[in-house]
Design a protein around this ligand. Sequence first.
Ligand code: FAD
Length: 323
Amino acid sequence: MPKVLVLGEIRQGELRNVSFEAIAAAKQVAKGGEVVGLLLGENAENLAKQMIQYGADRVLVSEHSDLQAYTPDGFTQAVLQVVESEKPEGLFIGHTSIGKDLAPRIAAKLKSGLISDAVNLEVSGDDVVFTRPIYSGKAFEKKVVTDGLLFGTIRPNNINPLEKDEARSGDITLVDLEIKNLRTIIKEIVRKTASGIDLSEAKIIVSGGRGVKSKEGFKVLQELADALGGAVGASRGACDADFCDYAMQIGQTGKVVTPDLYIACGISGAIQHVAGMSNSKVIVAINKDPEANIFSIAEYGIVGDLFEVVPLLVEEFKSVAVN
Ligand code: FAD
């Protein structure tokens, strides 16, 4: 029965959902073995219980002063020490900006393989088959680890977390870690975007392109996102035109998102944009050009002026919410 270690991720004092999705993946792989959570940073001890409620059997925590914010050196040292002491057969981390930076460092230090950006896992006999997108989401490959640690990063919003069980219990243990010789330290974090739903974990995204025409135009999209309980994203065209912040950019050089619903407004559907959103479960496109490429990947298309269509949708969704 394998033991699988899952590194949870804390963002602004809360656990990111992908931590729970990684636990669900670990449970599958552990086949009744132990799933051990690891939480590093501020408030880790308080948040550990949630990992147990979502399926971890026990959780190791460290609130070491050098682990309050992510640094590649600090987190690599911490995870390596825990891997050394726990000797897990598997290690899962969220495929977030932290996970993407951290996982290859750990793999290099452990001289292990790494399967990154898994969107699905299946246990087939003794093998664990990871599915991951390739060629900007145009194809998928299935991969197995042939030797050593079963190490993977899990793309947010793809693997369903287990149902939360408030009654579940498990040990929460403070671990003593030695963090030394940090080559970088965080002096301050200046957040560009205000609060709101994290794009990479949003279930509904309303996204705007150059067709939105202005910063003002994005307010209409925000209204639709608010009516649906979603987040607002953008194409690079819109970011380049200074209609919105680059933190909102979706695509090959922006964020990769997989919401249940993606509403593309005034976005042509360039390959670099599609690379970041084509795995959305349902895509709705609103564009006044019936030939726009975005329609070729959309489940539902509305040919029309977004400034006419979006307010109608806002009105309709608000009335549904009221009734
Ligand atoms: P456009 O292509 O100009 O499309 C605007 C659309 O709005 C048109 O289809 C038009 O019909 C429609 N429209 C106009 N007015 C209205 C209206 N009133 N109502 C409805 N529809 C309307 N792009 C990304 O998005 N993300 C990336 O990560 C990214 N990375 C890139 C990396 C590289 C190396 C390169 C070269 C490019 C990258 N791009 C990226 C840019 C990409 O190629 C496109 O230029 C960009 O996606 C176009 O943005 P857009 O669809 O908003 O604008």
